[in-house]
Design a binder for this molecule. Structure first.
Ligand code: ATP
Length: 330
């Protein structure tokens, strides 16, 4: 029996969480879910969208599955996602991006991994209003965080039989900050002679990704470029409904889809649970439940191959109908 924190989120969060919890339960794997609410729904009672109890639960269980949580705009709250990543030092954001069966996209053999630094860069939240007409946001890049994320990317490449780790920057313009990121990459790369090295400017990367994404393997990027590029790569495999992610630190890991809470389709039984389900499958591998991970992945792929899909990827099924099809294929 595993103890895992479940943040069921808001917007479409509860619908896709219900789907994924049900699929895992029907697979036969026993998980004791420690359900923790967060986001706009808890602010009134608890005064914050991210109460300490949520962090305590993840620290205790070490692993969490997280559905999207909305941060209210303009009410003075910092993003729940950014806060969570900082508080637990979840420094690596891992976004594998691979074609799924029967989801037609422009390219058929996309198989790349985005490794995004998760703790600094323009997300450090250091902003200053200089005068009425000028505002500054400070981009913070440190050697420690850059070396740590590059090491993570190379270790991931070794462990997952990847051939190349490509560093992405704009070091020709931001010579000091992105220059430091690149310098850190080069230093770490020396310890991995078996993995191919490559460097690319982020603008060139974007052009090449939409021309031919098969040119890339593992990408390692500072926070902001990672955010933008991983939405681009999500688009390459069928969009946000199928894009999985994980935030990994030294002590804990939080698995979550790339997409947000999709308030436009909330409560309509339309949401695609695939991105959260793929994130959960990665989570099962992380806790060494590889057989269950494989069993659930097979059921999902079989369901998609049979042509059963939700509307966002060209199908007609509701969230619950799609869930039931996956369960019948377990
Ligand atoms: P955030 O800023 O929190 O990332 P956002 O508004 O940029 O949120 P999403 O909430 O991810 O973006 O939604 C973007 C679009 O994608 C919306 O039209 C939404 O309905 C759609 N979408 C996102 N996730 C899903 C899903 N799981 N199933 C179906 N459609 C989805």
């Amino acid at each position: 029996m595993h103890n895992i924190t479940l943040i069921n989120g808001d917007g479409i969060g509860p619908e896709i969480s219900d789907s994924v919890v049900k699929i895992i339960e029907k697979s036969g794997l026993e998980i004791d879910w420690d359900v923790q609410t967060a986001g706009s729904d808890v602010i009134e009672q608890e005064g914050t969208p991210l109460p300490q109890r949520v962090l305590d639960s993840i620290i205790k269980n070490k692993v969490a599955l997280k559905a999207p949580v909305t941060t209210p705009i303009g009410k003075g709250f910092r993003s729940v996602n950014v806060q969570l990543r900082k508080a637990l030092d979840l420094y690596a954001n891992l976004r594998p991006c691979k074609n799924l069966p029967a989801i037609e996209t422009r390219f058929n053999n996309v198989d790349l991994v985005v490794v995004r630094e998760n703790t600094e860069d323009l997300y450090a939240g250091v902003e200053e209003q200089i005068d009425e007409n000028t505002a500054h946001s400070i981009k913070i890049i440190t050697r420690q965080a850059s070396e740590r994320i590059c090491k993570f990317a190379f270790d991931y490449a070794v462990k997952n039989n990847r051939k190349e780790v490509c560093a992405v920057s704009k070091a020709n313009i931001m010579k000091l900050s992105d220059g430091l990121f690149l310098e850190s990459y080069r230093k770490i790369a020396q310890n991995y002679p078996q993995i191919k090295q490559r460097e690319i400017l982020v603008d060139n990367l974007c052009m090449q990704l939409v021309q031919d994404p098969t040119r890339f393997d593992v990408l390692v990027l500072p926070n902001l470029y990672g955010d933008i590029v991983s939405d681009l790569t999500a688009g390459l495999i069928g969009g946000l409904g199928v894009a999985q992610g994980a935030n990994i630190g030294k002590d804990c890991a939080v698995f979550e889809p790339v997409h947000g809470s999709a308030p436009d389709i909330k409560g309509q039984n339309k949401a695609n649970p695939t991105a959260l389900l793929l994130s959960a499958i990665e989570m099962l591998k992380y806790i060494n439940e590889n057989n269950y991970a494989q069993k659930i992945e097979n059921a999902l792929f079989k369901t998609l191959s049979e042509g059963y899909k939700t509307a966002d990827i060209g199908g007609t099924l509701s969230t619950t109908e799609f869930t039931d099809k996956i369960i019948s294929n377990l």
